[in-house]
Design a protein around this ligand. Structure first.
Ligand SMILES: Nc1ncnc2c1ncn2[C@@H]1O[C@H](COP(=O)(O)OP(=O)(O)OP(=O)(O)O)[C@@H](O)[C@H]1O
Ligand SMILES: [Mg+2]
Length: 252
């Protein structure tokens, strides 16, 4: 079955390996793009263990699951932490949602298409791994961003994800973001290493999109439930995220 590609520009943040910073980066980059005048829809695509709402300190009553199971109106499920940022929350602790079948995927695809008409950008933050829902979200968006860290297992997992998306889903353009690096130099180095291997063995060339340094501000932001770019403190991480947002604002 063919699925629709969302009308506005859409971006999926994935990684293969868990805990590399997908959710932190998608939330903060979304907010930095809001600051640049974009209206952003942030979809919590981590269908089994949702946490976009937790990281934003939101109180969520209904989720994507209510749209599927109870025909809830998709627009009433959206939560607006700010006028130009909407979150489509997912449910947590509902194993059924992790591996959606084609019918539910088609429903979510339609919902996203309807909702996305009101936005300039759609971000999807997916779960770790290469499960069916992760792969599906990656195939209905325009752009695939893969988050890596200097950890070798994050790099091999990212390679595996790119390989599956290429081989089985015909995706050919990938953007890399290096998180938890010391500085931009290390970010570029880590990405270049993966780009070289992907180019050699898979014959596509992912593009370096940006880096986010390891910064306590990011960890504290999660604990305080206030994203780094909205924190009163500023640091290296939010500066890098604003740079990443500026790069994305120019178009992928
Ligand atoms: N640049 C950074 N510097 C320091 N800590 C970070 C950074 N980025 C993320 N973290 C921390 O790493 C942890 C994991 O981040 P996050 O939840 O965003 O990762 P994830 O890839 O979405 O994880 P999952 O695979 O479980 O969905 C969080 O505690 C977060 O605060
Ligand atoms: Mg996450």
């Amino acid at each position: 079955m063919e699925f629709p590609v969302f009308a506005p520009s859409s971006v999926c943040f994935s990684s293969g390996k868990g805990g590399v910073g997908k959710t932190s980066i998608s939330i903060n980059t979304a907010l930095a793009l809001v600051d640049r005048g974009f209206r952003v829809l942030l979809v919590d695509g981590d269908l089994g263990l949702a946490n976009v709402d937790v990281m934003l300190g939101l109180s969520v009553q209904t989720t994507m699951r209510d749209i599927i199971a109870n025909d809830e109106d998709p627009r009433t499920v959206l939560v607006y932490p700010e006028p130009n940022l909407a979150v489509l929350p997912a449910s947590s602790g509902v194993p059924d949602m992790v591996n959606l079948g084609p019918e539910d995927q088609a429903v979510i695809g339609q919902i996203l298409q309807v909702l996305s008409a009101d936005f300039d950008l759609v971000f999807v933050d997916v779960a770790a791994g290469i499960g069916p829902s992760v792969l599906w979200f990656n195939t209905v968006v325009h752009h695939n961003v893969v988050v890596i860290t200097p950890d070798p297992t994050s790099i091999t997992d990212a390679y595996a994800l790119i390989k599956v998306l290429m081989r089985d889903h015909n995706r050919r353009r990938f953007y890399l973001v290096a998180n938890m690096v010391r500085n931009e130099k290390e970010g570029i180095q880590v990405c270049q290493g993966l780009i070289k291997v992907v180019k050699k063995f898979l014959n596509v060339e992912p593009e370096y999109l940006g880096f986010v340094p390891r910064d306590n501000l990011m960890a504290r932001a999660v604990r305080d439930q206030v994203p780094a770019v909205r924190s009163a403190e500023t640091g290296k991480a939010d500066e890098a995220i604003r740079k990443l947002a500026a790069r994305m604002a120019r178009g992928l």
